[in-house]
Design a protein around this ligand. Structure first.
Ligand code: G3P
Ligand code: CA
Length: 335
């Protein structure tokens, strides 16, 4: 009887790429509690039980990959105070215009909204308190591997190549700077605890065809028919699009809006995107859980997790609050 039941489960899930337990990817670390992408935020996320820690990556002037979400330094550092003259004509201070030694002089704070210079998330870590810095990719990998050793856990990494084409237009190659570091730290190959992510389809083609990257890749999808990087998101979500992607990547990363539609909890609807992606053996890791900025279609973080991971059947979530995501999964899955 047990054998027949197992066989039925196996048959029911054939053709599906869905993993048994959803993954929690700490989005910029435990960024709901500490300034994003600081080593403190990464250590906290590791301790909270995240499965993967995310690294957004950009380059310095001397070609060092650093862990920073924006290509400029304005929103999370005191760069305007330390180097007041070093902005470009558009007013932004680009990481690419600063050496690592210069970037090390900056203090990191909670993200500010540049329009009004107020915190983007007012309830989070107080601006300007304590002392935080930007880290290099290598420093972060050493932290993750050190924590894995000291805790006996096996937390993976989830690097994102930020605006690789823009870097190339500026004469520097982010992707070619990052891959040797990932390889040196043991993150090359399909079985490595590493998902490489990008919003840029052309960069993904380059990773596979020209650079021979065989590790897991997730293509991030923005909302809207054509996203800012020129990708055709609408086509990517069709059967033909998903089939094409399945020959190229291991998963897709939609925003929650592609999995839950509607305008309020009373008229929301879950889409078939994740189940259709599974039929093409694509994993689905959706973004972003923010307890202090929930989609208008959900009533709570638990409601959001239930809709995305249970009803829509995504395989994982990027979360600013990894503790809440881990807690929901433990309760729902009974472990
Ligand atoms: O990489 C997943 C999610 O982080 C995409 O959005 O802008 O936070 O990098 P962003
Ligand atoms: Ca990201």
């Amino acid at each position: 009887m047990k054998f027949i039941l197992s066989l039925l489960v196996l048959l029911a899930t054939a053709g599906s790429a869905r993993s048994a337990t959803p993954l929690v990817i700490a989005h910029r670390g435990a960024s709901g509690y500490l300034p994003e992408h600081t080593l403190a935020a990464k250590a906290m996320a590791h301790a909270m039980g995240a499965d993967f820690l995310e690294q957004d990556l950009v380059l310095t002037k001397d070609n060092v990959p650093i862990v920073l979400h924006d290509i400029h330094l304005d929103t999370v550092t005191n760069v305007a105070r330390i180097f007041p003259e070093r902005h470009r004509p558009d007013g932004h201070y680009y990481a690419l215009d600063f050496t690592l030694a210069e970037i090390r002089q900056l203090q990191v704070s909670e993200r500010l909204n540049l329009k009004d210079a107020q915190p983007e998330f007012p309830g989070r870590f107080p601006t300007g308190q304590s002392s935080f810095h930007i880290s290099t990719l290598e420093e972060e990998l050493q932290l993750v591997q050190g924590l894995n050793k000291s805790t006996g856990r096996s937390v993976g990494i989830y690097p994102e190549l930020k605006k690789a084409q823009w870097h190339r237009s500026q004469g520097q190659d982010l992707t070619r700077a990052v891959l040797p570091i990932l390889t040196r730290y043991g993150y090359a190959g399909k079985d490595a605890q590493c998902w490489l992510q990008s919003f840029e389809l052309s960069e993904v083609h380059l990773l596979r065809a020209e650079l021979g990257w065989t590790g897991k890749i997730l293509l991030l999808l923005e909302g809207g028919p054509k996203d800012a990087d020129g990708n055709d998101t609408q086509f990517a979500c069709t059967e033909a699009g998903l089939k094409e992607l399945s020959h190229l990547v291991d998963g897709i990363g939609p925003a929650f809006g592609s999995l839950i539609t509607g305008t309020s909890p009373s008229n929301r609807r879950v889409t078939s995107l994740a189940t259709r992606a599974h039929a093409h053996h694509l994993a689905v890791h959706a973004y972003t859980v923010r307890a202090d900025a929930l989609p208008k279609t959900v009533a709570s973080t638990d409601d959001l997790h239930h809709l995305v991971l249970e009803e829509a059947q995504a395989d994982g979530v990027f979360s600013d609050f990894p503790d809440l995501s881990v807690r929901w999964i433990h309760r729902a899955k009974g472990h």
